[in-house]
Every structure is written in C-alpha cells, then in structure tokens.
Design a protein around this ligand. Structure first.
Ligand SMILES: Cc1ncc(COP(=O)(O)O)c(C=O)c1O
Length: 443
C-alpha cells in the first residue's frame, strides 16, 4: 500500500463570513488538466506562472452567441471587443468565427488590420481617436462612432481633406436602470445633448452622413431588464432622428456588457441562477427591437461582447513560492502571480483550483502575489487544502481584461499558450525578458 503523505495538523480559527449561509464550506475541487493537457506538463514546458487559453472554449462561446442572436433576428453581426483581449491569436479565432473587430484606439485599429480585417469591418469607438487614426479609419470606410463634438469637427475637416462624405454613427448614453449611469461616453439622451448633436451633424450634409446609433450601457450587466430599457430608448431615438432629420439610418449597436461566470466580490454566488445566459440577453434585446419597430424592417444589429466570450477560455496557472503564518493565525501563501498579471482581481473573486490531490484538513488562506506592494492580494479568504512551496494552483476564469491590462511592474510578463483545436499547446506570446524591456530604453 502506498505510504500516505504527511500533512501537518491545523487549528482552524473560524472567521466571520467564511462559512456560507448553510453553515458549510465550498471545498475546492482539483484541476489537473486543461482541454486534456496535464497542467504539470504545461508548467514543465512553458514555466510558471503561465496563462493558458482554450481555443475550443472560444469557438463554443461564439457559436452560442451566433445561435442566440441568429435564431431570433434576421440581420445580426457580432464584433469582437479588442480591448477585452487583443492577443492576435485570440482575435483571429473570433474573426474566424465571423466576428468583426470593435476597437477603441489607433493601436487596436492597426492590430485589427494586421489580423486581416478590412477597414469596413471595423467599428471604431472611444473618447480619444487621434486625428491621423480617424483619417486612416475614414479613408478605409470604418464604422466610426462619434463620442463628442470636437470629433465631429475633426471629421468634417477630414472629409474636406479626403474629398469624400464620411459615414458615422452617434454614441449615446442614457438612464437604462444601470447605476451609476455611464454618462461620460457619447451624448446624453435625457438632457437633449444627443438630439442637439444630431442636429449639428445634419448641418454638415455632404461631409458627414449619420447611419447608425450606438450605446454601450455598461459592463457585467446581470439584469436583462436593463437591456430592455436601454434598447427601447436606443430604438426610439433611432426612429425619431431618422424621421425628423430624414436620415438614411441602417443600424443599431448595443455594445457589450453581458456578464461572464466570474464572481464579483460583492456577489453571493455566480452561477446560472445569477448570470443570465446569452439566450436570455438575446431574447431581451431582440424582443425589444421588435416591439419598437413593429411591422417595419428592423435595422442591422451589432453587439460588441467581450468578457462573456473570453473569460471562461482563460486560466492562470501559478506556483506557491512561500507559505507563512500571519499574525492573525491565518495561513498566507505567496504566489508567483499577483495583481501585476490580474488587474481584474480588484473586482472579482476567482475560483482557485489546486493542481494535484491533497489530503488532510482544509483551511482559510490568503493568497498574496509576488510584488513588494501591500496591495498585491489575489484572494483574501479562500478555503484550500494544506499546500506548500512548489505546489501549483489554477485561477479561473481570467480570460477577460487581464492580458490587456496587465503590468510590466517589478516582474516580467509570462508566456501565454493556447490549447489549439487539435488539442496541442501552442505558444501565442513568449515570456518577456529583461532584454526586451531594456531594448527600448536609451541608456
Ligand atoms: C464600447 C465598448 N464596447 C464593448 C465593450 C465590451 O464590454 P464587455 O466586456 O462588458 O462585453 C466595452 C468595454 O468596456 C466598451 O467600452
């Protein structure tokens, strides 16, 4: 019989709030492989920490999205929100599944072009579009969504320089029941700023042509009723300006905002009872459009979903570099990955899966990252078996907004692999080196 592994005894202090409302604990399951590939083998080959993405999960999520909207609505086009994760290999999978690109800077625009997306399949949002980027996008026929009147002035000038009429859409914001209201992007509906902007744009006939209405209501929207309210306002505004100003409008874009199965710190739990399905979002949005347009031909509909499509495809594998007893008696584990790689840890409690089998008592631990910074805490309270230096764990889901907002701060950024559709791990971004960073300094 195999000798049992020794685990040290633990005296466990009970922390208020650590137990769930049934008086029990959620005992973490282990995760030993991703898409059939052993995690220990991945670490042996590519090092730790390591970001791992699953191509098959991305394709599955895209199919769910296309099915949810495509079966309910005749003219639907998804656009992949680049800022959520703009690794080229990831974007290419979204494009291969039929997504256009939604970008918010010249940098992202150029990335989308390099990924093979023509200008006329790029939606260009954002509060700061540099003049030369706007000009490039206008010359290539991108769908430019204007954010403010200074941008309208820039576009009029660009139209004169290019000698062509530029098609644009207007970004609006409004009270749709999501608080605080995201009012800093685009033109506000309730104050009349939006209609005023349309009036000004319509004076520039021959230079600017308004063809669409866009609104990104917010993010991680858990209540589909917010979409109903917001989309109703978008559609009513669309009809009003189309009829009042005789505009050749052809599309609405409802932005992103669908939640992923991550758990906000303030949320009690994150599962299908609290996170709407893509079908539920699609039903709320499309039924509202039909209600407003009645027997009229409904406009082309764009979505710019980000986190709901990629979060579940991303894993961060990390190793314990030290364990210590905190003055409170609680166990602290120092990981080789922290807030430098996990920008979103400020808002989310990721699931933590030990790699391998452990016996013995579970205890509440705090997970610290590698930075010499007090704020580098990945989880304040998580139940784990007795783990020690060298043991590995997986943080999940982490595919959205981390590999774009990560920092090269104190540590280098690690490698990223994708388990491709043939179940083969492929490096899609190698680990950064000190030479990479030094090479752009002058001394
Ligand atoms: C204009 C725009 N579209 C789409 C998105 C993607 O949002 P989400 O990840 O919530 O789907 C964002 C993110 O903030 C955004 O600003």
């Amino acid at each position: 019989m195999a000798k049992k592994i020794y685990t040290r005894p633990v005296i466990q202090r009970q922390f208020m709030g650590a137990a769930n409302k049934f008086g029990g604990f959620v005992v973490p399951e282990s995760m030993n492989s991703i898409d059939g590939i052993e995690i220990n083998e991945l670490i042996a080959e590519f090092g730790s920490p390591l970001f791992v993405f699953s191509e098959s999960t991305i394709r599955r999520k895209m199919k769910e999205l296309k099915q949810a909207f495509g079966t309910r609505y005749p003219h639907y086009q998804p656009a992949w929100s680049y800022k959520t994760n703009y690794l080229n290999a990831i974007c290419k999978v979204f494009h291969d599944e039929g997504s256009w690109a939604e970008v918010v800077s010249g940098y992202e625009y150029k990335k989308a072009r390099k990924n093979g997306i023509p200008g006329n399949k790029i939606i260009f949002n954002g509060p700061y579009k540099k003049y030369e980027d706007l000009k490039l996008a206008a010359s290539e026929g991108a769908r430019i969504h204007v954010d403010h009147l200074d941008e309208v002035s820039d576009l009029i000038k660009i139209s004169e320089e290019l000698g062509k009429e530029i098609e644009i859409a207007i970004r609006i914001n409004m009270d749709s029941g999501m608080y605080p209201v995201w009012s800093r992007f685009g033109f506000n509906l309730e104050t009349g700023h939006a209609i005023e902007a349309v009036r000004k744009i319509s004076f520039s006939k021959g230079k600017l042509k308004l063809i669409g209405v866009h609104s990104h209501i917010g993010t991680f929207i858990l209540d589909t009723g917010i979409y109903k309210k917001g989309v109703k306002k978008i559609c009513e505004f669309y009809k009003k300006i189309r009829d009042e100003f005789h505009l050749p409008l052809s599309y609405i874009d409802v932005g992103g905002g669908f939640a992923s199965p991550s758990k906000l710190k303030a949320q009690y739990m994150a599962d299908s009872s609290t996170i709407p399905s893509l079908d539920a979002y699609a039903e709320a949005i499309t039924s509202t459009i039909y209600d407003v347009f009645g027997s009229e031909e409904p406009p082309l509909l764009f979505t710019e979903s980000g986190r709901a499509l990629i979060d579940e495809a991303g894993y961060l594998v990390t190793s314990i570099v030290a364990s210590k007893t905190m003055p409170s008696g609680k166990r602290g584990l120092v990981l080789d990955a922290g807030v430098n790689l996990l920008y979103t840890s400020t808002w989310y409690d990721y699931k933590v899966y030990p790699v391998g089998q452990y016996s013995g008592t579970y205890e509440q631990v705090v997970l610290y990252g590698p930075l010499c910074m007090n704020i580098d805490v990945v989880r304040e309270n998580v139940l784990l078996p007795s783990m020690q230096r060298g043991d590995k764990m997986v943080l999940y889901p982490i595919g959205a907004y981390n590999v774009t907002q990560w920092m090269q701060f104190i540590e280098m950024r690690p490698a990223i692999v994708m388990i491709d559709k043939n179940k083969k791990p492929v490096i899609i971004r190698r680990a950064e080196t000190v030479d990479d960073v030094n090479s752009i300094e002058n001394s």
